[in-house]
Design a protein around this ligand. Structure first.
Ligand SMILES: [Zn+2]
Length: 422
């Protein structure tokens, strides 16, 4: 994962994690199931010791806030001893489970506070074990993982593995599941970058800009459509609610499918973008910071935001990603810096007279931020210079392509930008 904050305009040394899978034929299912239970027990125990307190938020509403027990006494004595009791395997798995249980509850708590999750104890469903660097040995091309001390271990000969030549850095955490062992490598080296592309996320498109590539518009209507289809399905189902069918189950099935289809799309999309714009740093708005959607309750917006978060997260696994501050990116004129109140698809500046596609304007603003630049008439001209050789086709923002294969498609920003001649 590659994420850096945008405090200065330099790309810092970024940590890169690559993962490789090895198929194995060990029968580890009972061990994995025991670990899953151990982990669930750790979650249960922490959950039972949560203290709920009443708090009034700034709107005067009362909320019950969970305080997770974190004292050394609880964590490293009480909980550890309890879990250790009937654990037949190596002790370090108990420590891993405690760590993992805390991180599960931490992320649940974060979502609960935001109102995204209910007061419901998290359930551990997936069967896998994380094995930290200190908990396995790697010698002469062999990875040795202890299952039971002095008794049972599993060994993987990776001396001839194809990825060893390609993998950079140190071997990190391992993840074991029923079929695979995942080996991660961490490296801190700097990769030479070709440049920066800033992306503006919209409901139906992703709009990127860099002086090297120009305007890139990627169609997201397909993704939007996936959600729309399920929305209609759900509505239909709810109308039939009088027939006593198990609504909840079907709705759950729908939302799982919807999520999987969206994930699948975003996976392909981000793969395509990282391949097409290899060695570029990709800038995205930091969606955790934004206050830009006062209308975030609106259904479509919520879905769009969920998609963008997914896009940024998936991109960060495949490329370098830089997070940007979303403030005023759609309102500021990328040519003269004035804050306007844009309406509709095109942006018009009341000061310098720039008329430009609204999304392109936002992408240029984000690009400037990425590079630590401030808007100026001269700079704007400079940025668009490469594109002056293009003829102004005046073509409309193309709605005509919906195949992922044909996008991303660079467009000529000049054809979407015009200035009043004074
Ligand atoms: Zn302007």
């Amino acid at each position: 994962m590659l994420i850096s904050r945008t405090k200065n305009n330099k790309v810092e040394a970024l940590q890169q994690i690559r993962a490789y899978n090895i198929k194995h034929s060990y029968n580890v299912s009972s061990f994995l199931e025991d670990y899953r239970r151990l982990l669930q027990r750790a979650v249960d125990e922490i959950w039972n010791n949560i203290v709920w307190i009443n708090k009034t938020n700034k709107n005067g509403r009362n909320r019950i806030i969970p305080i997770v027990p974190k004292s050394n006494e609880f964590k490293n004595h009480y909980l550890r001893n309890l879990l250790m009791k009937d654990w037949r395997y190596s002790k370090h798995y108990v420590d891993s489970s405690i760590k993992q249980a805390y991180s599960i509850l931490k992320s649940w708590r974060r979502s609960y506070i935001k109102g995204e999750r209910r007061r419901e104890k998290p359930t551990v469903r997936k069967r896998f074990v994380r094995i930290k660097e200190t908990l396995y040995s790697y010698n002469n091309g062999k990875v040795k993982i202890s299952i039971k001390p002095y008794e049972e271990y599993i060994m993987f000969d990776i001396s001839k593995a194809w990825f060893l030549r390609r993998a950079k850095g140190e071997m990190g955490e391992l993840i074991l599941n029923e079929k695979y062992l995942t080996i991660t490598f961490r490296s801190r080296e700097k990769i030479k970058t070709k440049g920066s592309i800033a992306w503006d996320c919209n409901e139906k498109s992703l709009d990127g800009f860099s002086p090297e590539t120009g305007w890139i518009r990627i169609d997201l209507t397909k993704l939007f459509h996936i959600h729309r289809v399920y929305e209609i399905k759900r509505k239909r189902l709810q109308q039939k609610a009088s027939k006593k069918i198990s609504l909840k189950k079907i709705l759950q099935k729908y939302s799982k499918r919807e999520k999987n289809r969206a994930k699948d799309f975003v996976h392909k999309l981000t793969k395509e973008i990282s391949r097409e714009f290899k060695n570029y740093v990709h800038g995205f708005e930091d969606l955790r910071k934004e206050n830009m959607f006062s209308y975030s309750k609106e259904h479509n917006r919520r879905i769009a935001k969920m998609n963008w978060k997914m896009i940024v997260s998936f991109m960060s696994y495949k490329s370098k990603v830089k997070l940007l501050n979303p403030k005023n990116s759609t309102k500021r004129c990328s040519r003269c810096g004035k804050i306007n109140a844009p309406k509709g698809a095109s942006y018009a500046c009341s000061r310098c007279g720039l008329r430009i596609n609204r999304q392109l304007n936002a992408a240029v603003n984000l690009y400037l931020q990425m590079e630590g630049l401030s808007p100026s008439l001269k700079l704007f001209e400079e940025l668009m210079k490469t594109w002056s050789g293009f003829t102004l086709t005046g073509e409309e923002a193309d709605e005509g392509f919906d195949e992922l294969k044909r996008s991303p498609r660079p467009m000529n920003p000049k054809s979407y930008e015009s200035q009043k001649t004074t």
